[in-house]
Design a protein around this ligand. Structure first.
Ligand code: 13P
Ligand code: 13P
Ligand code: MG
Ligand code: MG
Length: 377
């Protein structure tokens, strides 16, 4: 048992209604039951079950550190139980992200995505969780660059002595299956030279030099498929906020730019990232547009505190749903306008992703079929 608190956000798509839309409430219910068993067994302190589009998200707090076998097993069992319900109802893609029938000690490499951070809880510990659907983890690279490296976004980098130190950024290279920690602002241009290539690099972690972990992103599928890019795993991110870390508003502001992210329909298109409430995260236009949700909460003595009464039972939480408000309507309208425009390209690039990134392709078959008719120019 550690003094430190671990927050684990583990997610998977284990089935949905009418295509890749949303999990059935019964699936959420059985996942919550599996989580509550984790609390009864003493492995978890608290939990919250939510979703983004068709992805189920399990937020857990505990004192067992990252990659803990028991904690990962609770998440695995919750997903298995939910998949079982989905199978009973013949829902679409039941068990989609569970790549094996049996748990092997860690969810990483088995299909689900995980973002975990261990830290000594500050006197007040505000946190944002971000959950995305229909895109890959490199989608968070641009907002991370703005939040932690751009003083025109985060004024705190300039005026808060604690933020003025800068941050260390851990970058994952998908192709060579390697990672590197780089220092911002000293190496800012070098960092951007890498992470601007969202087909090869993604940010995994951001570290404050005094406070420790500041942000973490789930990058699982990128890791297991090293050498080949298969990255539309609908990633999550956690960001600790305030008091030397970015203010909540600084962490949310980059999402007002509806950047183009790869994913969307068949994991093979570019669409504008659409910030919305959890309840609005069903993919309603061309299996999208790619969505991002943001929930705000406090970690209090290892428990989750939202706007529910203090000391509410584990699991019964009401985090703030930051993208629910009408303030985000102009961004959503712009995202729709851009997404409709991108669809105008049909199967042409840049409406679709590059050939290496396509999740479906007929190109090898077509090339084979016409092989004998190919002539030198
Ligand atoms: P902190 O001093 O806790 O970082 O608060 C700053 C703030 O919230 C300004 O928006
Ligand atoms: P998900 O990755 O959200 O399951 O979506 C897959 C897809 O093909 C959507 O068109
Ligand atoms: Mg799906
Ligand atoms: Mg999904």
């Amino acid at each position: 048992m550690s003094e430190k608190i671990t927050v684990s956000l583990i997610k998977a798509d284990v089935g949905s209604i009418a295509g890749h839309s949303r999990p059935h409430p019964k699936m959420m219910e059985v996942a919550s039951l599996a989580m509550s068993k984790g609390v009864k067994d003493g492995l978890l302190l608290d939990y919250y079950v939510t979703r983004c589009g068709d992805d189920m998200e399990l937020l857990m707090t505990h004192r067992n550190g990252e990659n803990h076998k028991g904690v990962h097993e609770i998440a695995w069992n919750a997903f298995m139980d939910a998949a079982q319900e989905a199978k009973k109802m013949h829902l679409y893609a039941a068990g989609q992200d569970l790549l094996s029938d049996a748990f092997s000690g860690n969810v990483r490499g088995q299909g689900p995505g995980a973002a975990e951070m261990e830290f000594v809880e500050r006197p007040t510990e505000p946190m944002l969780i971000f959950m995305a659907d229909k895109c890959g983890p490199a989608a968070y690279s641009l907002p991370i660059a703005k939040i932690f490296m751009d003083p025109f976004t985060t004024t705190g980098l300039v005026i808060d002595p604690r933020a003025h130190l800068g941050y260390d950024i851990e970058v994952v290279d998908v192709i060579d299956h390697k990672k590197v920690i780089m220092s911002s602002p000293a190496e800012m241009y070098d960092i951007l030279a890498l992470i601007g290539d969202t087909t090869r690099f993604a940010v995994k972690r951001v570290l404050h030099r005094d406070i420790g972990i500041a942000a973490v992103v789930s990058t699982e599928k990128l890791n297991i498929s090293a050498g080949k890019y298969v990255g539309k795993d609908d990633p999550v991110m956690m960001v600790r906020c305030q008091s030397g870390l970015p203010a909540v508003g600084e962490a949310l502001q980059p999402f007002a730019f509806p950047q183009l992210v790869s994913g969307w329909m068949r994991g093979s298109h570019y669409g504008a990232w659409y910030p919305c409430a959890v309840d609005e995260s069903d993919p309603t236009y061309h299996d999208g547009p790619p969505r991002v949700c943001s929930l705000g909460l406090q970690i209090s003595n290892g428990k989750i505190q939202g706007i529910e009464p203090p000391n509410s039972p584990p699991g019964n939480h009401k985090p703030l749903d930051y993208f629910a408000g009408k303030e985000w309507d102009p961004v959503r309208n712009k995202a729709m306008e851009i997404s409709i425009y991108m669809r105008g390209h049909g199967p042409f690039m840049p409406g679709i992703v590059s050939p290496e990134e396509l999740e479906y392709t007929t190109r090898p078959d077509v090339l084979k079929k016409i092989e004998s008719r190919m002539e030198p120019l």
